[in-house]
Design a protein around this ligand. Sequence first.
Ligand code: ATP
Length: 610
Amino acid sequence: MAILIPALGACSFDSTGERRLAERLEQKLDADYLLWHNVPIGPKQTHPDFVLLHPRRGLLILETKDWKLDTIQRATKQMWEIIPNGQLKVVINPLAQARHCAIQVVNALERDAQLVQSEGAHQGKLAFPWGHGVVFTRITRKQFEAAGLGEAIEPHYVICKDEMEESADVEEFQQRLWNMFPHAFGGAMSLPQLDRARWIMFPQVRVQTQGALFDDSDLDAELPSIMRVMDLQQEQLARSLGDGHRVIHGVAGSGKTMILGYRAEYLAKASTASSKPTLILCFNEPLGVKLHSVMDAKGLADRVHARHFHKWCRDQLQAFGQTLPSTNASSAQYVAELVDRVIHAVRLKFIPSGQYQAILIDEGHDFAPEWLTLVTQMVDPTTNSLLLLYDDAQSIFARARSKQFSFKSVGVQAQGRTTILKINYRNTKQILQTASLVAADLLTAEYQGDDRIPLVKPISCGRDGPAPLIIKLHNLRDEAYAIADHLTSAHKEGFAWGDMAVLCPNWEVMRLFESALQHRHMPHQTRWRRGDYTPEGDCIKVMTMKVSKGLEFPVVALAGVGHMPAPGEDEKDAARVFYVAATRATHRLVMGVGGPSTFGSTLQYKIDPA
Ligand SMILES: Nc1ncnc2c1ncn2[C@@H]1O[C@H](COP(=O)(O)OP(=O)(O)OP(=O)(O)O)[C@@H](O)[C@H]1O
């Protein structure tokens, strides 16, 4: 069965014939066929009905027409006169329409030296075959021939109604598609070539190389040497997210936030002046700031509101004239009170429910059950569009619930609408292995059903990098200076200060590292409290391990690992925090492991036994 993108249930078809064709293509083609329905493609972002890509067969663009024979009044090689609903219309020959789109795509692909023939008579031409064709979903071959339509379209470029029946022979059906290719040549496309072709054809699935969480899809930019795209599961998921509830369980660095960004942008672009806004919620304040700044940079901040949960609660109370909790309360009391007040005000309808066309929740694992119950009420019931991203291994703020918890109990209809992403793309193989050394016990359970919380073991995408560096000195102060020196070397090698983060288990360690960076005159920003973190600044970000959740940096230093877990701290909880922090590093990880605790000695023993 071919991979259809979006998934069949998420496609919107113009006619029943188009749906039938999608079903046939999906059923009758093998699993190595990629098939897109009605997605924007190429430099002009045209929407052909179907695009097929096969590693040996090549690229095929298909137009479908659901005209009956008597709809067509006159057909020439250039123009067709049709009467679709009583009104005469002149349209371009459908084969020319498909060809036009195919040529635009081929021209774009031929800009890439890795996709063209490097020598011979066809040097510079596409290295794999391409073709185009038309499917008449309501005209039989007999009718086509009897009406002389072959004068306007060469018959082998056409599939007719009777040739795409469910009973059609698989071989014959495939042969008809292959007949649409004028030439068959070349070897199989390699996987990197397939990815490059997808990168060029579909800017929406590009993965940003560094920095921002989401891609900016500049259509005219120079072609980069490395082209990273969503994998097929991510792309199919991202393009298939429709209305209703959806849960994605994904390991650290599996692209959950990237898919959320794709969805938010899609919704914002599809919205009209009268549409309700989309809301992105997360738990962690720095991630909220980062998500907001990405939406702002894309000019979408008025249509997509990105907030951390407690800020959103505060905004709601203020927007609807409710009183805020007293600032004399402790910070824990204050935030608990904030949430209670919003829940109460929604119950009494002082704050309206259904305010958003869609709600996308990052870090759902850190949302308390009553928060999820609250949030599900804030989605417009006509769309009921809720996306919940979840990774139980990173659940560091709301542990108490996991045993009894089910999505149903908080109003999230996840059954049959759950996807699992297992591949970690963020970290090098070496970094992921290191993170998993300490967190191994957290990552062993397997998926247990639709409505239960699975623990998913990450699979590395296989990217190689240097082994994490272990620094073990007599005291934390010396480790702080050694780590500062290491960051200075990384800077000399070309990493920007803004590419680096120092993540600490607590404020005491943070203070020590801050003073080491101050002494060394290294630009840095320490995140003590809300509002201190600004993603854009070109300086080393110093913060606790907990608040780094959801962020990523090319170079990460983990400070004070030799003091984790702290005396009296639950080892599993500390392991989760370590796992979250270690998986923030995209390229380099350095850890200070001196100290009496088990994590430091485990890491030292396993990574550097000498
Ligand atoms: N298919 C892919 N190919 C290459 N890189 C990818 C791919 N998918 C995601 N990435 C990259 O992996 C990194 C992690 O993605 P993202 O932040 O969306 O993951 P996440 O699941 O939200 O992680 P976490 O839960 O750990 O915060 C990002 O840098 C993203 O660009």
